[in-house]
Structures are given as C-alpha cells and as structure tokens.
Design a protein around this ligand. Structure first.
Ligand code: EPZ
Length: 439
C-alpha cells in the first residue's frame, strides 16, 4: 500500500510564466494498447509521465511485450512475442482505459479476456456499446465473474456497419481497434469526434492502416492484414492545457501555455472569453490573463466539439470566483458533481439538482482540508486552492497523478506555493506544519 500523499497549497498568488503541456492521457491510453496490432516494433513519443501510462505499460509487459525506455517521454514497444490475451482484474481495475485492451487483443488474436474496467466514479459507466461493436464484427462476448470474455468464429472478424446508440469515446476507440485488421469494410456511425480519436486513427494509419473520417461522426475502416512499425508522437493534452488556462485565470495571473493545438481548445477558449478571461492564440501556445472581473455564465458540457465534460469541475471552480449566478449542465456523464461538497468546504455556494449545478459566485474562496474524489475533481480543488486565501490541503492526490504529469513542479515554476507531503498516519490535519519557505 503506497504511503498516502497530499498537496499543501498556500493560495492567493497570481500564476506567472510558462507551462509546457504533456502528451494527451486519453490518447496515449488507447495508443499503447494499439501497439498490440503492430507486426513490427513501434516508437511512441511525447508520452506523459502519469500513472495511467505506468499501468498501461505494466499490462503490456504482463502480456509479454518488450517495453524499452529510450529517453524522456519516449518508449519502444515490441509486441511480436505477445502470446497472452488475458488482462487480469488486478491490473484492469485501476483505470477505465484498460477496456482498450479488449479491442486491441480482439483485433490481434480474435480473443480476449479482460476484467471489467475501473476508473473515475462518474455514475453509471456501462460498456454495452463496446460489446455491441464487437458483436457486430462477429465476435461472441460474455461477462462472467467480472471478466469480459470475447471470442471470434474461425472466419475471424468481418467488416460491418456499426451505429452507436449514444456518442461514446471509449466504444468508438474500441471499434476502431477491433476493426482495423478485420476482413473488409467497417463503417462506424454516430462516432465520437474527440481529438484523441483522431490521434488513435493517425497512429494506426502511420502503421499502414486504412482509416478515414476520424473526427467526424462517420468513420470508415478497410481491414489491413499487416501493420508495420512506426515512430509516433502523441498529441498535446487538451484537458491539461484547459486546466492550466483556468488556473491562470482563477489566480488573476498571466501564463503562456505552450505545446498546445489551439484548434483543440476552441470550446474552452470560447467559454473562458465569455467569463471575461483574455486569451491570445499563437501557433502552438495560448497566453491567458485575467486582470478584470470574472463574469457569470451558463455552460452545458457536450461531446466534442462542445465544451468537454472533463473541464466541467475546473470551470465550476472558476465560476465560484465570478460575480453573480452561473449555471452548469452536465450533458455527458451520469454524475459529475461529487466535488461540489469539497468546494463548499472552501466557501463555495453551489446548489446541485440532478445534472444541473447553480453557482452563486462569491468572488472569494478560503483554504480548507479537502479530498479529491476523481481526476478532474482533484484538478478543480487544486485550482480553488491556488485562488483561495490561506492554506488548502488536498488528500487522495493519486487521482490527480493519474492524468497530470508533475503538476506540483509545473505549478511551482509558475510561482505557486505548493508542496507534496506524505500524510503521516498520526498527523492531525490542522497540525500539518506548513513551512513558510515552501508553501
Ligand atoms: C472517456 O470516458 C474519457 N476517458 C473520459 O475522461 C471522458 O470523460 C469521456 O470519455 C467523455 O469525453 C478515457 O478516454 C480513458 P464515453 P468513456 O464512453 O470512454 C455512456 C478523464 O477525466 N456510455 O464517451 O468512459 C456513458 O455512460 C476521463 O480523463 C454508454 O451508455 O466515456 C457516458 O454517460 C473521465 N454505453 C457517455 O456514454 C457505453 O458502452 C459517455 O461515455 C459507453 C458509454
């Protein structure tokens, strides 16, 4: 059992300087399993140092892949000697993205046994659409004792028409992974359009796959028998970028967010400008500043290109600092307001009714001991702590470390007073000694 750690933040300091965005978590957690489909070694660059990557690489090694660290953020992955198609509960339960090993192993072997996935507690997160896609391709799927067991008839997976009943990122990615070596043409309709889906398709096409239309709601895949090795750099993380943009605005700072694709940030920029944040766009960077008052606004989260659900907690923290009544409607996840109770401990005035949160902006938050309940909730508490007066301690930061590389280092370089501390079992929360020089 790892020693629990917490972030200790002394807020109220505007962030200034530059921050470099890392590779996209939700792209790399699909690209790493996709190396199982390659008939030659692959080199993956711009891999973020986050725990979801550690888990993905561990699963690849457990399957028999050779994973070689070449340099910072760069790995060579050789899956030619992989013989196993089973991903046990112990590995799969730690992240939702473990379900991408289903599509990749099915595409490789025509068989997989993968534990039902874990991941952020965002309400009901079924995988019925994933299984629908596999069955349409000719596979037989059954779920027994928490394991998803999928087999394929002798004839192998056959190209088909897949129409998703709802827009789903995970099932779209898994359908691509399973179909890329299937016999014939597969057409996926009502597909999700997130940048990470385009990145997975680009990665596979760089190996010789034949995928057209990724990023639109109709994706066509012609099965390809042989996929050659490749060198591929993961796209920058649009949600990490959005998180630092909101942190800059919440602290009234001025930050250059580098290594981004501005096109991927359009909906985030649009919302932040409505709130009164100043954003200058460059080829691969955006500069964020907020020296004026923040303005209340109403937002609904939607699948891409709408405002991303993965930015909902972070923008809520910002709206707590705006004057007036704001409203947030969660249009994607089943339940994504668990973080509100923690923000209330910091003085936020938020009422939640089902999928709608009404925020009475108070213009001010105060530091408090809080707990991260999922990845983006943890990011929202970090933003609130940076903006709040006084000291905030965030527990269960392992959630944050699943998707944010070196958040402590990146924020400290922007002038934040933040420290990662080990939670001593007998430490009483308010006795945590906060050294003036560090926090
Ligand atoms: C992916 O989750 C992301 N995770 C999530 O990011 C993100 O919030 C979500 O997409 C939406 O953008 C990864 O990419 C690893 P969905 P996923 O399938 O694939 C319903 C983060 O913070 N649905 O698009 O689980 C589902 O219940 C994480 O980085 C079905 O009904 O999302 C949900 O309401 C959190 N049946 C909606 O669709 C299915 O078979 C969207 O889910 C699949 C999904």
């Amino acid at each position: 059992m790892k020693t629990p750690k917490q972030f200790v933040i002394r807020g109220g300091r505007p962030l200034h300087g530059e921050v470099e965005i890392s590779g996209a978590k939700n792209a790399v957690v699909a690209i790493l399993p996709a190396t199982l489909l390659s008939d030659e070694p692959c080199i993956i660059e711009n891999v973020p140092e986050i725990s979801d990557v550690d888990i993905s690489l561990r699963i690849l090694r457990e399957l028999g892949a050779k994973v070689r660290y070449l340099s910072p953020h760069t790995y060579e992955i050789d899956t030619r000697e992989v013989m196993s198609y089973t991903v046990p509960y112990e590995s799969a339960r730690k992240m939702r993205a473990s379900y991408y090993f289903m599509g990749a192993l099915l595409g490789r072997f025509g068989h997989c046994r993968v534990s039902m996935p874990g991941g952020c507690p965002l309400g009901d997160r079924p995988i019925d659409q994933h299984l629908k896609a596999f069955k349409k391709l000719g596979a037989i799927a059954k779920v027994e004792r928490g394991m998803v067991d999928i087999t394929t008839p002798e004839s192998g997976l056959q190209g088909t028409q897949i129409f998703f009943d709802c827009v789903t990122v995970g099932a779209t990615m898994n359908a691509i992974l399973a179909a890329v070596k299937a016999e014939g043409l597969t057409v996926i309709e009502n597909a999700a359009k997130e940048p990470h889906i385009v990145d997975l398709a680009s990665f596979l096409n760089s190996m010789g796959a034949d995928i057209m239309g990724a990023g639109t709601d109709t994706i066509k895949i012609r099965g390809t028998k042989y996929l050659r090795g490749t060198s591929y750099a993961v796209i920058p993380d649009q949600i990490e970028a959005g998180t630092y943009m909101v942190a800059a605005a919440a602290t009234g700072g001025n930050v250059l967010v580098k290594n981004v694709i501005p096109k991927h940030l359009e909906s985030i920029i649009n919302v932040m400008e409505k709130i009164g944040v100043k954003i200058e766009q460059f080829d691969d960077a955006v500069r964020v500043s907020a020296d004026g008052p923040l303005v209340k606004t109403s937002i609904k989260t939607r699948p891409h290109p709408g405002f991303p659900t993965d930015m909902q907690p972070q923008i809520s923290a910002l709206l707590c600092l705006a004057e007036g009544t704001s409203m947030i409607k969660e249009g994607v996840s089943e339940q994504r307001f668990q973080y509100v109770d923690e923000l209330r401990r910091m003085g936020a005035d938020i009422q939640v009714d089902g999928k709608v949160a009404v925020i009475e902006g108070t213009g001010h938050l105060t530091g408090a001991p809080v707990k991260a309940c999922d990845l983006r909730a943890g990011a929202a508490l970090m933003i609130a702590g940076l903006a709040a007066s006084g000291v905030t301690t965030i527990e269960d930061i392992y959630h944050i470390e699943r998707g944010y590389a070196d958040m402590e280092g990146k924020l400290r370089a922007l002038g934040a007073c933040i420290e990662k501390k080990t939670v001593c079992q007998d430490a009483v929360q308010h006795d945590v000694i906060v050294r003036q020089d560090a926090v």
